[in-house]
Design a protein around this ligand. Structure first.
Ligand SMILES: C[S@@+](CC[C@H](N)C(=O)[O-])C[C@H]1O[C@@H](n2cnc3c(N)ncnc32)[C@H](O)[C@@H]1O
Length: 198
């Protein structure tokens, strides 16, 4: 694949490396899909340090087959969990960083809150920095649908995104523009034991 696919994959990777991601860190890619960002992260991280979660097994399989390759999978041992309700405790270890690229753009408020709550519980006492993209609006909107949907677009205000995190026990920092070609913005959540990036 090329074009936007490649651009958004590389963008995620460059962003997280600029934020401090090192090969020895563990990264959780929430809604990893067909490994658009995943293939870059898996190549970069030490074996076993990539955790990918998605609700669609078929997308992950496609990513392994067409993006990653069996040899790289065998060498880098990425861990995958199939779940539509953010069962992070199915992974064998707690990450240092997490990213959800183009997930909250498809979720209703309740599901965003569930993701943040479950991830905070999974982190426990470990410092964790979680980056999430979203479509920003100026005033709270009614979503296109009552339930989360991969083909629907949901927009939130900066204050809503920050509040969702705070309610789930995170500190929230608005990052805003990160050069996403479709204008998605970025918010960063950290556990209270983690460091907010300046
Ligand atoms: C627009 S794609 C983004 C995929 C990937 N992050 C990327 O940058 O290419 C959205 C992904 O979210 C996944 N997804 C949607 N709702 C989910 C949920 N509740 N739990 C896990 N994955 C979900 C979809 O299966 C899809 O792979």
């Amino acid at each position: 694949m090329g074009g936007l696919w490649e651009e958004v994959g590389q963008l995620q990777f460059n962003f997280l490396v600029a934020q401090g991601l090192k090969p020895e860190h563990t990264l959780l890619d929430i809604a990893c899909g067909s490994l658009r960002g995943g293939v870059h992260f898996i190549n970069y991280l030490n074996p076993g340090n990539y955790l990918g979660l998605d609700k669609e097994q078929a997308l992950i399989n496609r990513g392994i087959e067409h993006e990653l390759g069996k040899a790289e999978q065998s060498e880098k041992q990425p861990e995958f969990v199939i779940s539509d309700c953010f069962e992070f405790d199915h992974f064998s270890k707690v990450p240092d960083y997490a990213i959800a690229q183009s997930l909250f753009t498809h979720l209703v408020e309740e599901d965003i809150k569930a993701c943040l709550k479950n991830l905070k519980a999974f982190a426990g006492d470990k410092p964790l920095t979680f980056f999430a993209t979203f479509f920003e609006c100026e005033t709270p909107q009614m979503g296109e649908m009552d339930t989360s949907h991969s083909h629907a677009k949901f927009e939130y205000t900066r204050a809503q995104m920050e509040q969702f995190g705070i309610e789930a026990g995170w500190q929230a920092e608005y990052i805003g523009d990160w050069n996403h070609p479709r204008g998605q913005k970025m918010v960063c959540y950290v556990t209270s034991t983690g460091e907010l990036n300046e």
